[in-house]
Design a protein around this ligand. Structure first.
Ligand code: NAG
Ligand code: NAG
Length: 609
């Protein structure tokens, strides 16, 4: 019976697959599936490597703090941004909910504990008493304030953090940890919601940290936070009066970014730009609600406005990147931030190209759920680009037109991922950008947000859905927009005493050895020790450490190896010269016991003796 059912499914799948127009795309699709399957664990492990304190590339980062990238120079991203961290942790929370991986949960708890403290750190944007300090964009890896010049404030951070925490808070409520939701998570979320309600109608630096005005991504993130924040407040026996009073005005303001053809991502600023910006595609993906229809008011991924905007924004990169040369309309291209971008000469970004795919995968889900595709005069040009016979009208899921449009949309979405696949090195490492002429990785290495974008794209492609944020009952736009604000009340969140969650003790632990050891060119640092993973004191089997995070100020050598939990071991660092010479650290041998806890990673911070 089970076998028969499976055979039927296989036959159905085959029928579906053969309905695609050409055998060629069938073949490349299989390859893309394989690549996504192999890249997924790489993306997750490289993402976790950038999170303190046990991540392999997180030396000096406090527990739960996310580094934007291990890159320390050109560009220096060795900081913890509130925005990037929240987007990364929203991804981790959703992965945890899907997989039940308790090692992710340990990181989530660390992140939330760290945010409670960060909210109280006075910084150049201000402090907690009037909420102003919550708009600070980035902190040092150890959680201290960054006091240099920067584009501040950035008002999307608190909203995005609230969304990440609420996603976990819902899980806590659903799993009988309601006091953790109300006593640990809610007080932090509450400060962030009060901030949004108080400051949403003031200008802010955009997500690219370049211009101070009103940013669509910021506004939509703020709106979503207030809507789900109010509902979350209710579910922990509280209320958010300021969320309720301000949210309608945010929704009203959100509509004003639409200029009739596309979303003008930056307003209230004379920036001399077109306003075509992947800001708006990232915003639409952030607004995705699996329970919503193709609603223009909340810019759902399948809404006519969001689709029209997708075409205008992605088209803006067709003529300006060499690697897009010769790619026809209706086929996917490499996508950057905005066409006028000059950062590193203006290149496509992995996270931008992946977001272009993700919006379309979410739209596919929504069209299936709604049971029809409505092509309006607004979205017609989007559809005609991918299917020349497209015309306005409503096409129900039983029609052949629906099936044709859906196949074209899926192939188009896959095309964006195939571009990323093409320009990802075989190691699976995702930098920030890839060169517009050669496709080679550019700028910051191992950008944490790039990995998160890959994971959320893959989840959307798999219909692994995030929870609803309530969009379908929050789409009534007031007839008149007005400037508004509600002064918030802020207080430090002091309870970070997590309950004992069920988790199984790790069998083996990935131990990262960090050692500060000044070296000259040609010299390498190794770790050797009493267990097989450390070469059993055999110099020829010593573990070579990496120097890619080495700077003169912080001569870091690091590397990780997996060792059984509870192992007691001895180790030492040694230096090898290019002439084969070996220098040992001074005595005595170092001792270490690999922790026997639920954590599957641990790290050591040593200094060469
Ligand atoms: C404040 O809200 C009003 C009404 O929506 C809007 O016209 C104005 O541009 C907003 N200003 C900022 C900076 O958000
Ligand atoms: C360090 O360990 C090695 C291997 O067991 C041993 O030969 C050596 O004597 C030890 N050094 C000291 C100072 O104990």
């Amino acid at each position: 019976m089970a076998l028969f059912a499976r055979l039927t499914t296989i036959i159905q799948c085959l029928t579906f697959v053969f309905a695609f127009p050409t055998g060629k795309s069938l073949q490349s699709r299989a390859t893309l599936d394989e690549w996504i399957a192999s890249e997924s664990p790489v993306a997750l492990s490289n993402l976790l490597a950038n999170i303190g304190s046990t991540g392999e590339k997180s030396y000096g980062a406090a527990a739960g703090l996310v580094l934007a990238s291990p890159s320390k120079a050109n560009p220096d991203y060795y900081y913890s941004w509130t925005r990037d961290s929240a987007l990364v942790f929203k991804t981790i929370v959703d992965q945890f909910i899907q997989t039940g991986d308790t090692n992710l949960q340990l990181k989530i708890n660390d992140y939330i504990t760290a945010q409670a403290k960060l909210q109280t750190v006075s910084n150049p944007s201000g402090g907690l008493s009037d909420g102003s300090g919550l708009g600070e964009p980035k902190f040092l890896p150890n959680g201290n304030a960054f006091t240099g010049d920067w584009g501040r404030p950035q008002r999307d951070g608190p909203a995005l953090r609230a969304t990440a925490l609420i996603a976990y808070g819902r899980w806590l409520l659903d799993n009988d940890y309601s006091s953790a939701a109300s006593d640990i998570v809610w007080p932090i979320v509450r400060n962030d919601l009060e901030y949004v309600a108080q400051y949403w109608n003031q200008t802010s630096f955009d997500l690219w940290e370049e211009i101070k005005g009103s940013s669509f991504f910021t506004t939509i993130s703020q709106y979503r936070a207030l809507i789900e924040g109010s509902a979350f407040a209710g579910s922990v026996g509280q209320s958010c009066a300021n969320c309720d009073s301000q949210a309608p005005q945010l929704l009203c303001f959100m509509q004003t970014y639409w200029n009739g053809k596309y979303i003008d991502s930056n307003t209230n600023v004379e920036d001399g730009r077109s306003g075509k910006d992947v800001n708006s595609i990232l915003a639409s993906r952030h607004a995705f609600d699996p329970n919503a229809g193709c609603d223009d008011a909340t810019f759902q991924p399948c809404s006519p406005k969001a689709l029209a905007n997708h075409k205008v924004v992605t088209d803006s990169f067709r003529p300006i990147y060499g690697i897009n040369n010769g790619i026809a309309q209706g086929s996917a291209v490499a996508v950057g931030r905005y066409p006028e971008d000059v950062f590193f000469n203006g290149n496509p970004w992995y996270l931008a190209t992946l977001a272009a795919a993700e919006q379309l995968y979410s739209a596919l889900y929504q069209f299936n759920k709604v049971g029809s595709i409505e092509i309006t005069s607004t979205s017609l040009s989007f559809w005609q680009a991918i299917d020349s016979s497209a015309a306005t009208g409503t096409f129900s899921s039983s029609s052949s037109t629906f099936k044709d449009l859906m196949s074209a949309l899926k192939a188009y979405a896959d095309g964006f991922v195939a571009i990323v696949q093409k320009y990802t090195p075989s190691t699976g490492a995702l930098a920030e950008e890839f060169d517009k002429s050669t496709g080679a990785p550019v700028s910051a290495v191992d950008l944490t947000w790039s990995y998160a974008s890959f994971l959320t794209m893959a989840a959307a492609r798999d219909n692994a859905l995030p929870a609803s944020w309530g969009a379908s009952s929050a789409n009534q736009v007031p007839s008149v927009c007005s400037a508004a604000s509600a002064t918030g009340a802020y207080s430090a969140s002091t309870n970070t005493d997590w309950p004992d969650f069920q988790c199984s003790t790790a069998d083996s632990v990935s131990v990262t050895f960090n050692v500060l050891a000044s070296t000259s060119v040609g010299q390498d640092i190794y770790v050797v020790g009493s267990v097989a993973a450390l070469g059993s004191w055999d110099i020829s089997k010593a573990v070579l450490l990496h120097s890619d995070m080495y700077t003169d100020n912080q001569p870091l050598w690091y590397g990780s190896t997996t060792i059984a939990a509870g192992t007691e071991l001895q180790y030492k660092y040694l230096r090898k010269g290019s002439d084969g010479s070996v220098a040992w650290e001074s005595d005595p041998n170092r001792s270490y016991t690999v922790p026997s806890t639920c954590w599957t990673s641990a790290s050591l911070s040593d200094t060469w003796r």
